[in-house]
Design a protein around this ligand. Structure first.
Ligand SMILES: [Zn+2]
Ligand SMILES: [Zn+2]
Length: 253
């Protein structure tokens, strides 16, 4: 019984942390958007309300597996999270960062493609695409089914694959910043990066916005690898001229 209470307390604490992280990160990028692009979110107030409500529900869902695994890390040695950076060769630090991002991206790509099948789309993914165009507040705007599929990834990885606690923090930072900035409706990375050699493999707002415009293609999370390998990469949106009218094309895979 004590265990159950401690795990429940951990899940509640994690929910508050994930929810607080969402409000701070989305709030920060929304604030920059309003400051630098006055009017961009003006007509989207009812939509932003929906995005925040779905996102806070998702935060509660993300908090449960995260809370259980955090408890197991501290009390039962369930995870392969380590604190001494020299426990593995130092080259493993960047390798584990890349490995975590690649595996998360792989899981996201294939589940995202599944969610675009008509039956799944209606049940699990229409909520996320109700944001037209998405805003910084849409970062966690998911139906609970989609939220569950996202919430289990990092907890599963820390049980299976060793990671230094600092690198795990970096993974969560990348996940948070890219989740928000990919939806905020403008590109924060320089043109030379987005349209250059590196941009052919990395996903930023310009790439994910195209997914929200077309309702198909560009299914990846961090890397364009699977989209390119599977022929689902549909290129970059034109964020310079704002969200294009192509959003009305409801084309699905
Ligand atoms: Zn989608
Ligand atoms: Zn999205």
């Amino acid at each position: 019984m004590d265990y159950a209470l401690a795990i429940l307390a951990s899940a509640i604490a994690m929910t508050l942390i994930v929810g607080g992280r969402y409000l701070l990160s989305s709030g920060f990028f929304a604030w920059i958007t309003v400051r630098t692009r006055p009017g961009q979110y003006d007509k989207l107030k009812p939509q932003i309300g929906r995005e925040i409500r779905w996102s806070l529900l998702s935060a509660a869902i993300y908090g449960v597996p995260a809370g259980i695994v955090a408890w197991g890390w501290q009390n039962a040695g369930w995870t392969k999270i380590y604190t001494d950076p020299e426990m593995y060769p130092l080259w493993y630090l960047p390798v584990s960062l890349f490995l975590y991002l690649f595996l998360h991206d792989t899981w996201f790509y294939w589940t995202h493609r599944l969610f675009h099948r008509p039956r799944w789309f209606k049940v699990a993914h229409a909520v996320h695409h109700d944001s037209r165009p998405p805003t910084a507040w849409a970062a966690m705007s998911f139906h609970p089914v989609e939220a569950i599929s996202g919430a289990i990834v990092i907890p599963a990885l820390v049980i299976a694959i060793p990671i230094h606690v600092g690198v795990l923090g970096l993974v969560l930072l990348v996940m948070t910043v890219m989740g928000v900035s990919n939806h905020m409706g403008w590109e924060m990375f320089p043109r030379w990066l987005v349209q250059g050699r590196l941009g052919r493999w990395l996903i930023t707002a310009t790439h994910h916005e195209k997914h929200h415009e077309l309702y198909r293609g560009n299914y990846g999370l961090y890397f364009r690898f699977w989209d390119r390998v599977c022929g689902t990469d549909v290129g970059l949106a034109d964020l310079g001229s704002g969200f294009s009218a192509a959003g009305s094309q409801r084309v699905r895979d």
